[in-house]
Design a protein around this ligand. Structure first.
Ligand SMILES: [Zn+2]
Length: 242
């Protein structure tokens, strides 16, 4: 015999919905609700832990017809854990704040939050959760407003010199920008030779020259959208070398 109250139902639902690996489920949630942080951040993290953000894997599980790839990096299928913790842009944001996660030990967002709890003080937890919300907002900007920071990578076989590889990379990036109709795009490269070749008016019949010509043509096509090509030092090009 016992007494049924609404709180009992909440406790049962809370415990059943969580990963069995979480030891003390009550203190796990209490820690979240007691954080001195904006309510919208707590609410967002509650959705993260319950895995109810509308990421591609969740949409597909509800039979919504979307492609499965992460909209930010286009590298692998999107899950909440990937979007907030391991997508290259998300990982970079965390790394810039001195936070790095051990991907081998984390299988879902509950593990991820546990890892944050275990290795961070209260103010750091607040900071990471706020960053997570910003990362999610950036992801939504990419999906809905076609802006925000994105990343893409591809692999090609063959042996070329660094200048050629960078020129091919610039061409791919510009094609990607053109494909997505993005305005105000800055393509950064730490290869001075490739940048200078793009600003040079002379014509070269070499293979590199042909790639550079394609980059120039794409830049011309993207001129109305203010696309520009810019040199950055390798030490400052953290998106590519984190
Ligand atoms: Zn991604």
């Amino acid at each position: 015999m016992g007494q049924y109250i609404m709180k009992s139902a909440y406790n049962v639902l809370r415990d059943n919905s969580m990963d069995a690996n979480v030891g003390n489920k009550k203190s796990f949630w209490t820690r979240l609700w007691h954080l001195k942080i904006l309510l919208k951040v707590k609410h967002f993290m509650w959705r993260v832990i319950c895995d109810c953000l509308p990421t591609k894997d969740r949409l597909l599980s509800k039979w919504v017809e979307v492609d499965s790839k992460c909209p930010v990096c286009n590298l692998i299928d999107e899950t909440s854990l990937h979007a907030l913790g391991f997508c290259p842009v998300a990982a970079l944001c965390c790394q810039l704040q001195g936070v790095r996660f051990d991907s081998a030990a984390i299988n879902n967002t509950t593990d991820w939050v546990q890892e944050i709890y275990q290795h961070s003080g209260r103010s750091e937890v607040n900071k990471i959760f706020m960053i997570a919300l910003m990362i999610w907002n950036n992801r939504n900007d990419v999906v809905w407003k076609q802006k925000g920071r994105g990343a893409k990578s591809s692999c090609r076989q063959g042996c070329v010199n660094p200048e050629m590889a960078e020129a091919i990379g610039i061409r791919e990036a510009l094609s990607w920008v053109k494909e997505h109709n993005w305005p105000q795009v800055v393509v950064e490269s730490d290869c001075l030779g490739a940048i200078q070749a793009n600003s040079c008016s002379s014509i070269s019949l070499s293979y590199l020259g042909r790639i550079i010509d394609e980059c120039k043509r794409l830049l011309l096509e993207l001129k109305s959208r203010n696309a520009t090509l810019r040199f950055v030092k390798r030490s400052a090009n953290m998106v590519a070398h984190f």
